[in-house]
Design a protein around this ligand. Structure first.
Ligand SMILES: [Zn+2]
Ligand SMILES: [Zn+2]
Length: 145
């Protein structure tokens, strides 16, 4: 499936082909830290299909517990994580951050990774009270009652 995406500020734009049936949720603690969230949604690109249309991401090389190194690419201006990739020559199979893709609504996860470090409340998410938008903030930054 052909996809395209951008970081939040729009400096980095890209397109790629992904295996749409292989979208995964990753609950590993590195994904929790680097997404600033409880988990990350990712999808693998077909090798060589990733094409930068604008901008150039900054790369942070992460060393995993296993000793394996992976490039973590993000926008240096707005901080949006864009992809991870093995260190090495092209063509590489990148793993895109699904939240940056315009087609994210149709990319449904089919697998969860690192379930052993998933946050305990996730299984109960449907039972946590929900509102359609966020709270209204007053000018002093407090949430209006
Ligand atoms: Zn950006
Ligand atoms: Zn992860």
């Amino acid at each position: 499936m052909k996809v395209d995406g951008a970081c939040h500020c729009g400096t980095i734009r890209y397109e790629a082909e992904v295996e749409a049936e292989k979208v995964a949720v990753c609950h590993c603690t590195d994904c929790q830290t680097m997404s600033g969230s409880a988990f990350r949604v990712v999808v693998r690109t077909l090798p060589g299909s990733f094409r930068l249309l604008a901008g150039r991401p900054k790369v942070y090389v992460k060393t995993a517990e296993s000793g394996r190194q992976r490039e973590q690419a993000f926008c240096a201006d707005c901080g949006t994580p864009v992809y991870a990739a093995p260190v090495g020559p092209e063509p590489r199979d990148l793993v895109l951050r699904v939240g940056t893709l315009r087609q994210r609504d149709v990319l449904m996860p089919t697998l969860q990774l690192w379930a052993r470090s998933s946050q305990g409340w996730i299984a109960d998410l449907a039972n946590i009270p929900a509102q359609d938008t966020q709270q209204v903030f007053a000018e002093d930054g407090r949430i209006r009652p």
